[in-house]
Every structure is written in structure tokens, then in C-alpha cells.
Write a protein that binds this ligand. Structure first.
Ligand code: PEP
Length: 277
């Protein structure tokens, strides 16, 4: 098995959940469970943790995360600096609030809100240019998987989503492979093998677009009903560099257990490399 030592990346997507009080409690519990910067430096180097609350709670959650090992992310943005865009939020506003990451191309925005590949690509380029790090979500529907179109779909979403993205910004981008049929779905789970296979397809395509070195450095997360029960089996797979977590990120104990699974998978990979060397 090819060993990889990319830092694992675990992101909680709270979607449109929590009240202000719940957001405060949840963020505090995650910070308490993960610790402050500089403590447990080896774990810190192994796993990067981010939470993405809803827009209205970014400021209050940002305050709680301040000085901690947990970064602030956001679930969306509008790709303009400012202007007459009623109800939208610009990258500059998000940076002002302390956001480091933005999730773009989530399947709920593609399928429920009708976002096109071209619009997502525009957002990706604007977000990177503004200084936000991007988590670009891609993934096939169940119908597409059944029709053997998974690879073609991933290819299309990558080709369009990353079109005209400057190669030197790729270090600030990660891909979340999220098969639509596995999101919020306890009955249809992607197996670790399905995740590994899809991640290999993604890495190959990114290598074609940006070169092998960029592709090898790229973090590819899996998303789709990641839970404490299946996290370890996913994280030990070659090329699975973490998780984008929806439902389980709303329960602090579950989210922390997933982070611990990432730390422990990373530790095992590090030990194997040391032994092999
Ligand atoms: C998601 O929202 O990106 C997600 C993967 O959700 P869940 O973990 O609930 O399937």
C-alpha cells in the first residue's frame, strides 16, 4: 500500500442547524475537546480541524475558536466584493469575521439551489483570489453511479470547477468527495473501497490538470454519513485525507471521536513510514 503523509483535514458542516445558544455550546465543546494552540503539537501537525456554522453565528463561534486549534469556515459566499446583491455575503465580509475556509459546490447547493459548475467555478476563483481557502465538493448521484457515470461526473465537476484556477493557489484548495447518495443517509454508505477508488480518480484528474506534484499534495476528504463507527476504516485508506462531516458534527462527542480517529490513522501512517525507512 502506498503511504501518504498529507495532513488529515476534518471539517464540520453544521448546515442550517443550531440556535445561537446551541452554536455557542457546540463550539465550546469542540474547542475544549481539541485544546488550545501549541498543546499536543504532534497531534496539531497531524490533523487540521475546522467548523462551519451558519452565517448568523460566525462572529460568536469565531470568538470561541479564537486562539484554539479549530479554524472557522463558512458554508458559502457570493462571488463579488460588494454591491447590490440583496441577501448575499462577500468574501471580504467573511475574512473580516475571521473565516479561513469556505465550502463551495456542496451537493445541496448544486441540486436544491441549482448552482451550475460555471457559477461554482466563479466562486472558487473569487474565493481563492480574496484569500479564503476552498473546500470544493464534488460527487455523483445514485443514478449516475448505477449507470457507471461516476468517473465521468467527477471528471466534469473537476474540469469545470477548477477551470482557470491558478496552479499556485492549489495549495489552498482541498476536494471533498461527497457521493450524493451517501449524504445524510444511514442506509447507503460509501464503503472505504468506494471512497478510495473515487479519490484515486480525483487525484489522477488533478494530476492531469495541474501536475503530479500538486496532485500528491492535495488533500481529498470523504463526505457522506461519516460517523465515529466508520471513520477509522475510511481514514486508513490510501488517499483518504480526512472528512467533511454533516450530521455527526452537530454532536460534539461524535465529532471529537472522528477527529481522534483521524489523529490515530495519521499516527499509524507515520509509524509505518518510519518503520519502512
Ligand atoms: C455534508 O453535509 O457534507 C455531509 C457529508 O453530511 P452527512 O455527514 O450528514 O452525510
Amino acid at each position: 500500500m502506498k503511504l501518504d503523509l498529507r495532513q488529515k483535514f476534518v471539517v464540520g458542516n453544521w448546515k442550517m442547524h443550531t440556535t445561537a445558544a446551541e452554536a455557542r455550546r457546540l463550539a465550546k465543546a469542540v474547542v475544549d475537546g481539541i485544546g488550545i494552540k501549541g498543546v499536543g503539537v504532534r497531534d496539531e501537525a497531524r490533523v487540521s480541524v475546522t467548523i462551519c456554522p451558519p452565517f448568523p453565528y460566525l462572529a460568536l463561534v469565531g470568538k470561541i475558536l479564537n486562539g484554539s486549534r479549530v479554524s472557522l469556515g463558512v458554508q458559502n459566499l457570493y462571488p463579488e466584493k460588494e454591491g447590490a446583491f440583496t441577501g448575499e455575503v462577500s468574501p471580504t465580509m467573511l475574512l473580516d469575521l475571521g473565516c479561513k475556509y469556505v465550502i463551495l459546490g456542496h451537493s445541496e447547493r448544486r441540486h436544491k439551489l441549482g448552482e451550475s459548475d460555471a457559477f461554482i467555478n466563479h466562486k472558487v476563483r473569487v474565493a481563492l483570489a480574496a484569500g479564503l481557502d476552498v473546500i470544493l465538493c464534488i460527487g455523483e448521484t445514485l443514478e449516475q453511479r448505477k449507470a457507471n457515470q461516476t468517473e465521468a461526473m467527477l471528471d466534469r465537476q473537476l474540469t469545470c470547477g477548477l477551470a482557470d484556477v491558478p496552479a499556485d493557489t492549489l495549495t489552498r484548495l482541498s476536494i471533498a468527495y461527497e457521493p450524493v447518495w451517501a449524504i445524510g443517509n444511514l442506509e447507503h454508505h460509501a464503503t472505504p473501497q468506494q471512497a478510495q477508488d473515487a479519490h484515486a480518480v480525483i487525484r489522477r484528474r488533478v494530476a492531469q490538470m495541474f501536475g503530479e506534484k500538486s496532485a500528491q499534495a492535495l488533500a481529498i476528504q470523504y463526505g457522506g454519513s461519516v460517523k465515529p463507527e466508520n471513520a477509522a476504516a475510511l481514514f486508513c485508506r490510501d488517499g483518504v485525507d480526512g472528512a467533511l462531516v454533516g450530521g455527526a458534527s452537530l454532536i460534539a462527542d461524535q465529532f471529537l471521536a472522528i477527529v481522534r480517529a483521524a489523529i490515530s490513522a495519521s499516527q499509524t501512517q507515520e509509524n509505518s513510514t518510519t518503520t519502512a525507512a
